[in-house]
Ligand binder design. Structure first.
Ligand code: KIV
Length: 289
């Protein structure tokens, strides 16, 4: 699968790159953290579409095709209904739209937990059909054997511990994790197990800050925080959250823009123009030569 393409139609919105560049490699991301120190924090944002990937690519080290697309794109109540087919379609779009960042695709709920073999079949499909660089899966020690199995067979894996949204029915909600000593110990041992299994990076989500710091110090690979700590080796956010596309976002989101309002105001302007016949103008119509 090639990420470069040429289209010769005046109306296509596809955006071919004139000169292919080298993507960041997964070993290069792992090497950001040397002897426990990450001089250059890892920047990761979610991307679900080709155009979004084009806009984010130059600014990110990693683009995550997160299963959060279930809620963000499809209006689902959680990430649980997200299918492998959806991840393949969106993963391929993001790879087509990016040339610099490494692309990580989430393994959706039900596509990897049953066995190492099931996980390999699903992850291999993601790599083959999207051209992505690595997969991410949720879960700690329980997934360590699977992580080692995938890596031994050529599939780089990013782990995900703490608040793991696919386990919402077991966790009982999306509250911050690690408030009790027992929970804190489990998050730490989960992260260690994933690192020992060879995960090239680990997302730590929605945990109390001291646990995020402890995890970051405990494992040799980069720890990417979301609702965690500025002391993590990198940060990730759901792009639509930080762009202000939603009225409600988790407490850990910093809202950098107000695109939701901009879109609504622009639609209102368009509607007014249509209703008053102010659109289209001369510039937007074809006249006989
Ligand atoms: O699905 C997702 O977007 C994620 C990030 C929030 C880390 O897993």
């Amino acid at each position: 699968m090639s990420t470069t393409f040429q289209l010769d139609t005046a109306t296509s919105r596809a955006h071919p790159t004139p000169a292919p560049m080298k993507r960041l490699t997964i070993p290069a991301v792992r090497q950001r953290k040397i002897d426990g120190v990450t001089a250059q924090p890892v920047v990761m944002l979610t991307a679900y579409t080709a155009r979004q990937a084009q806009l984010l690519d130059a600014h990110c080290d990693l683009l995550l095709v997160g299963d959060s697309l279930g809620q963000v794109i499809y209006g689902l109540p959680s990430s649980i209904p997200v299918t492998l087919d959806l991840m393949v379609a969106h993963g391929a779009a993001v790879v087509r739209g990016s040339y610099h960042a490494a692309v990580i695709v989430d393994m959706p709920f039900g596509s990897y937990e049953a066995s190492k073999e099931q996980a390999f079949a699903s992850a291999a499909r993601l790599l083959k059909e999207t051209g992505c660089d690595a997969v991410k899966l949720e879960g700690g020690a329980a997934m360590a054997e699977t992580v080692a199995f995938l890596i031994a067979r050529g599939i780089p894996v990013m782990g995900h511990v703490g608040l793991t949204p696919q386990a919402v029915n077991v966790l009982g909600g999306y509250n911050a994790r690690g408030r009790s000593a027992e929970e804190a110990d489990k998050i730490l041992s989960d992260a260690r197990a994933l690192a020992d299994a060879g995960a090239f990076a680990i997302v730590v989500e929605g945990v109390v800050e001291p646990i995020a710091v402890a995890v970051t110090r405990a494992v040799p690979c980069p720890v990417i925080g979301i609702g965690a700590s500025a002391q993590c080796d990198g940060q990730v956010l759901v792009t639509e959250d930080m762009l202000g596309m939603f009225e409600r976002v988790p407490r850990f989101v910093k809202v950098y823009a107000n695109l939701g309002d901009t879109i609504a105001q622009t639609a209102a302007q368009f509607a007014a123009d249509v209703r008053t016949r102010a659109f289209p103008e001369q510039a937007q119509t074809y006249q006989p030569k």
